[in-house]
Design a protein around this ligand. Structure first.
Ligand code: ADP
Ligand code: MG
Length: 759
């Protein structure tokens, strides 16, 4: 049995960690695939349960400094709940621990920087040279401080170095561990054998101060990075807090408060003014306005009355009502959203592939460069500069290269931006399935929209009747309503609603068939009837002059032609109003440089009217559902990159063949996993927002990657001393440490900037 689960990982901090875990576990028997996400600190593993298990796998990575948190990250049960919280509180504890270390490290670093500056400014005559007394004092003080720094504050780096020697696997910690311990050891040896080494070396030149300052900087950088990383993931935290803790259930006529987990299907739940709606359900009595902004991003409270759907996690305003629970636990909309956001945040964007490839060889490459620099200086420098000087330059370069190299910046560049981008989307009611979709969306140049329910409200109403028969208008509507009583189409709803309103009899048809994209046919009182658009009656070869209904269709009304096999009985006109925001939204898509195409099964004239009204570039009318699918395929083969927006149920096949499928959800009843993007509350204005979000996220990623690559490509050679032969400049390891600390912090910071951008 192949088992695929996502586990939280403890002990990770950069891209090379991900590589180490991936490469170690891939080799394990039974492991089918593994994908580690640095930003989320999770691993998605598929493994054969008969061959291995999590405990076994944990054993493999434990010596390398990592472990799996065993609660699986699925569903919303309580163990998982606490699991999530635990890992967050653990994170906060870790952060606190780091803070304490920094508090002790900072004063020591300040002392070292003070001594360094005194040395430097003294040498150029800007301040008086240090007296023998102070020289001796610091000469003895700094080794003590450096020992504390290396073995207490710098312990994670020493452990990294240990793991490198023991298991041959290096990560960023190993690099820093190696750099700082070499600097420390060298200084220690020079200090201990000062007199015997004096003829060969400049024994006054030690690097205890470097050890102190570098470790402080890097620890500080890590602290800031961890703190910001915590902020990138707060969208999920926020969603989790939406969940109510209890529900007020009506049992035996009394209201009792029970824990959320005990609510079952069919429970009657009472919601008081200002109360939180605990699960999804249907209102049975009462009415109110409900604030759904936390789920849909829509700021205006929505009116809810009997038979309306309510969603768990939303908040009631001033009214009161009672509703029946229809979805509980993992089935609720909120649970689905949380799961989807979690999975999307943990997925890898294609753009990350290059960074991943480089991260995999990054650490070994840096090690090689560091040693090349060290030996290069000694071999080639000694002849020109003398051994002592060449050795010290070699050491400085060695330490600087190890310390400045930052695989973290590379590793964090993509996932942090994805996490923030996906989270920001969720806040606006834009649910993104995975990172690949988010990336693809910014390349879109054509947006195809379905008319009904996307451009229009999808709630047509009967507006007029043309009667061509001897029957009365009511008879005609009655027949049509009977036919439509078996149909699911919005048009059918409109007819039935109308028939109900004027109290007409509706009998179920004895034979019934729905013909997709055309209409319906069936038998009522022994007579066969057909109802639908002009395509529907094409096959019947009836004399019907479409001029008769031209006036109405040109006004955007949809004709439903009712016929028998022999004769057209009448035409019922329904009209579906255009969504308020449609025109503005189309204009926004245009301003993003996109072409907007409308597809509809509706009448040509009707479609043209609507297309003109909202400013659509091109439209195709009277297309069947298969025709929609073909149209998308055709656009794609012609080179367009197509996003298709439609309702997730009827248009699912067309959504599936588009580059990005955008499902417009209108309520709680949608399978939100069905499309690449789901827009809650069916607002087409969100299409432009989603595309903008994709652009912003991709820009963030590109900036991050550019910065991370440039930083390493420029930083490492300078640290190796490439500028020295030309300008006499060598990089102080202290500077390298500072740069390294800044680099990953700035990448995470840049990703966080996305949060405040307007969509
Ligand atoms: P769209 O979603 O673009 O409106 P559909 O494929 O759902 O397209 O429907 C296309 C057309 O077929 C409708 O505009 C209508 O004219 C006709 N039609 C479909 N179903 C029915 C129905 N149940 N009753 C009457 N007409 C229908
Ligand atoms: Mg439709």
């Amino acid at each position: 049995m192949i088992n695929q689960k996502t586990y939280k990982i403890r002990g990770m901090h950069c891209a090379s960690c991900a590589n180490i875990i991936e490469s170690t576990l891939k080799k394990e028997e039974g492991v089918e695939s593994i994908e580690v996400n640095v930003g989320m600190e999770t691993a998605k593993i598929a493994f054969d349960e008969t061959k291995t298990n999590v405990t076994k796998l944990t054993k493999k990575i434990k010596p390398l400094g990592y472990s799996f948190v065993v609660e699986k990250m699925e569903g919303m049960d309580h163990s998982e709940h606490t699991g999530m919280k635990m890992s967050k509180s653990e994170k906060i504890a870790e952060l606190f621990d780091m803070k304490v270390k920094i508090m002790t490290a900072l004063p020591l670093a300040l002392i070292s920087i003070f001594v360094m500056s005194w040395d430097i400014f003294g040498a150029v005559g800007m301040v008086p040279v240090m007296s023998i007394f102070w020289k001796e004092f610091f000469h003895h003080l700094l080794p003590i401080l450096a020992t504390y720094m290396l073995f207490v504050v710098g312990k994670p780096y020493l452990l990294g170095l240990y793991r490198f020697f023991r298991y041959g696997k290096a990560n960023m910690d190993s690099l820093i561990g190696l750099g700082t311990s070499v600097a420390f050891l060298y200084s220690f040896v020079v200090g201990a054998f000062e007199e015997s080494l004096r003829p060969f070396l400049n024994v006054d030149n030690t690097y205890f101060d470097v050890v102190i300052v570098v470790i402080t900087f890097i620890t500080l950088g890590k602290y800031l990075e961890t703190r910001s990383k915590l902020k990138t993931g707060d969208a999920i935290e926020k969603l989790l807090t939406l969940q109510a803790k209890t529900a007020l259930v009506v049992r035996d006529g009394k209201e009792v408060e029970i824990p959320l987990s005990e609510v079952v299907h069919g429970d009657i739940i009472s919601v008081k003014p200002g109360g939180k709606i605990p699960v999804d359900g249907i209102i049975v009595s009462g009415s109110s306005y409900v604030d759904e902004s936390m789920i849909t991003g829509e700021p205006m409270p929505v009116q809810k009355k009997e038979n309306d759907l309510v969603v768990g996690g939303t908040i009631n305003t001033t009214g009161a009502f009672v509703f029946k629970a229809t979805k509980v636990g993992e089935e609720t909309m909120l649970a689905h959203i949380i799961k989807m956001v979690e999975e999307a945040q943990g997925s890898k964007a294609p753009i990350q592939a290059l960074a991943d490839k480089i991260s995999a060889i990054f650490v070994p490459t840096v090690l090689v460069i560091a040693f090349l620099a060290l030996f290069g200086w000694i071999l080639f420098g000694a002849g020109i500069l003398g051994f002592s000087k060449a050795l010290s330059l070699g050491l400085v370069s060695f330490v600087s290269v190890l310390v400045i190299a930052c695989p973290c910046a590379l590793g964090l560049a993509t996932p942090t931006a994805i996490i923030v981008g996906v989270g920001k989307g969720a806040k606006e009611g834009i649910l993104i399935k995975d990172a690949t979709t988010l990336q693809k969306l910014h390349t879109i140049n054509t947006v195809v929209v379905d008319k009904t329910g996307t451009i229009t409200k999808g709630k047509p109403e009967v507006v007029s009747i043309k009667n061509f028969s001897e029957k009365s208008d009511s008879d005609i509507i009655s027949i049509l309503a009977s036919l439509e009583s078996k149909s699911e189409h919005p048009i059918a709803h409109s007819i039935l609603t109308y028939a109900n309103k004027i109290n007409l009899a509706v009998k179920p048809p004895s034979e019934f068939e729905a013909i997709k994209g055309k209409g319906v046919k069936g038998e009522v009182d022994g007579v066969e009837y057909f109802a639908g658009n002009s395509k529907m009656i094409e096959g019947l070869a009836l004399p019907f002059d479409s001029k008769l209904i031209e006036k109405e269709t040109l006004e955007g009304k949809t004709p439903i032609i009712l016929t028998t096999k022999q004769k057209v009985l009448g035409v019922i006109m329904v009209a579906d109003s255009v969504k308020q925001e449609a025109k503005e939204s189309v204009a926004r898509l245009h301003s993003l440089g996109l072409k907007v195409i409308m597809l509809t099964g509706d009448d040509k004239n009707t479609a043209e009217y609507i297309a003109r009204e909202v400013g659509i570039d091109e439209f195709f009318a009277e297309v069947t559902p298969e025709g929609k699918l073909e149209k998308i395929k055709e656009l794609r083969t012609k080179g367009s990159i197509v996003a298709m927006a439609g309702d997730g149920v009827n248009d699912a096949p067309a959504l599936a063949v588009a580059d990005v499928g955008i499902a417009m959800s209108t309520g709680t009843d949608v399978a939100i996993e069905s499309a690449g993007i789901t827009l809650l509350n069916g607002d087409i204005g969100k299409i432009a927002k989603a595309i903008k979000l994709s652009h912003l996220t991709m820009n963030g990623i590109k900036q991050n990657l550019f910065w991370a690559f440039a930083y390493n490509i420029i930083g490492i050679p300078i640290a190796a001393g490439i500028l020295y032969p030309f300008f006499g400049i060598i990089m102080n390891p202290v500077f390298a440490g500072g740069a390294m600390a800044l680099s990953s912090v700035s990448v995470v910071g840049n990703s966080l900037r996305l949060k405040s951008k307007k969509l």
